[in-house]
Design a protein. Structure first.
Length: 439
């Protein structure tokens, strides 16, 4: 049997410690599959004294991850530090420059520097592998890059952030507040160090930018993604969606259109009958719509130590076997630039929730503004006021929720109609608008 692959791991948080455990647990099977053993020979982390529940005796300790990356004691560098600059970037660059393959789970860094790092890996003839960077334990990178190589992909969309799906699921099922659900997600270790990355949609955007490149042969570019988070979603929206046969999910969607590749992250209404609607809690799911397979959905754990370690170990196993794919499926020189498609040009159905002053003519005025622009309504629902009718009918100005679902139209048409509705003076506050994604 060939010499074992010597692995150096930088970052010993939940994922790093789980990788060490999994490599130990699967040592015999991995050696049999790869034709060589896999051995962690060196590590680097901030605090040497911390008990991580793994045996580090006989493993060389480096305080500096760049020194580990440059070390002659390792053949492969695994980066699990996180962050899009600083030690993560410096150590990956050092490892690649010194001719070592790299495995990373760092989606933020790949979204920002993926192209230059892939080019460096290409120049040095080494691997840059990142299965763990998108959707945790779901092997979506290999699925797109290798498994679906015979397909032209039309659309990739999915739930790519466990924290947001956990928050939306608990709000819907248990009627809990946004803040309480976020605090639980942080306590359970799902959320990023800065949870704005999760709830603001940025973590999903980083992952989507990576998937878009793999699916459509474009250069990774997070700046080309339209991003909206889940902060504006209320219990009223979740309840209305439920009654109308939909669920609200934070989706990342990349789609080939006649205007180019549309990349967007936003709260989305999905029909309750769709595979993606059934995905609750911290679970992730990705649906791929392609010409040969039609539709394929992968569902699995999107965060957590062992699930993410599973993806890291899969990459390590490939490198032990000598497999080296182009990181984004194509040589970097032929990846096309991803143009940002303005969201105003998006076409689809819309959910609109308005707070309407309850007086004669309000509903007719709203319907007129829609009809003037050829917007066709699939449904319209007006809730009863919270108070008894008799007491407030005379005031004639109580705001009641009115929910509309439209058939497909363009975003610019919807925005224009709503501007006119606001000017008419029948509604209080700003309209809530959520895009609908149909199968
Ligand atoms: N914060 C991320 C999530 C972790 O909630 O999905 C996995 O990338």
């Amino acid at each position: 049997m060939a010499e074992p692959l010597r692995v150096g791991i930088a970052g010993l948080g939940t994922v790093g410690a789980s990788v060490i455990r999994l490599l130990e647990r699967q040592a015999a099977a991995l050696a049999a599959r790869a034709g060589r053993g896999v051995k962690v020979t060196a590590v680097s982390a901030r605090d040497k004294s911390r008990d991580r529940g793994v045996d580090l005796s006989g493993v060389i300790w480096f305080d500096d991850p760049v020194a580990l990356a440059n070390s002659k004691e390792i053949d492969l560098f695994v980066e699990l530090i996180g962050g899009d600059e600083g030690p993560a970037r410096a150590s990956i660059e050092a490892a690649l420059l010194s001719g070592k393959s790299v495995v990373t789970a760092n989606k933020a860094l790949l979204a920002k520097h993926g192209m230059s790092l892939a080019k460096l890996a290409e120049d040095k003839h080494v691997a840059l592998a990142f299965e763990a960077s998108v959707a945790g334990g779901i092997p979506i990178v290999k699925t797109l890059r290798e498994g679906l190589a015979g397909n032209a992909i039309r659309r990739v969309y999915g739930i790519l952030n466990g924290t947001c799906n956990y928050i939306l699921s608990r709000m819907e099922l248990e009627g809990l507040s946004f803040e309480a659900c976020l605090a639980d997600a942080q306590r359970l270790g799902y959320a990023e160090a800065d949870p704005t990355f999760d709830i603001g949609g940025f973590d999903t955007a980083h992952k989507l930018a990576i998937l878009t490149s793999l699916a459509f042969g474009t250069a990774v570019d997070a700046e080309a993604v339209h991003v909206e988070g889940i902060q504006s979603i209320t219990l009223a929206d979740l309840k209305a969606a439920e009654e109308l046969g939909y669920r609200i999910k934070l989706l990342g969607v990349a789609q080939r259109t006649d205007k180019g590749i549309e990349q967007r992250v936003h709260p989305t209404m999905v029909p309750k009958s769709s595979a993606i609607a059934e995905v609750m809690g911290v679970t992730n799911a990705v649906t791929i719509d392609a010409d040969a397979v039609n539709e394929l959905t992968l569902v699995g754990p999107g965060a957590g130590g062992m699930a993410t370690a599973s993806a890291v170990v899969a990459d390590i196993a490939d490198i032990a076997k000598g497999i080296r794919s182009a990181p984004f499926g194509l040589p970097t020189s032929i990846l096309e630039k991803a143009a940002r498609i303005p969201v105003q040009r998006h076409e689809g159905g819309y959910y609109i929730r308005l707070s309407v002053h309850d007086r004669p003519g309000a509903a007719a005025a709203i319907a007129t503004r829609m009809a003037e622009r050829q917007i066709s309504l699939e449904s319209i629902m007006q809730r009863k006021p919270m108070h008894k009718r008799g007491a407030l009918a005379s005031a004639n100005a109580e705001a009641v929720p009115v929910v509309l679902i439209t058939y497909a139209t363009s975003e610019s048409t919807i925005r224009d109609a709503l501007e006119a509705v606001v000017k008419d003076g029948y509604i209080a506050g700003a309209p809530q608008v959520i895009r609908i994604e149909r199968e």
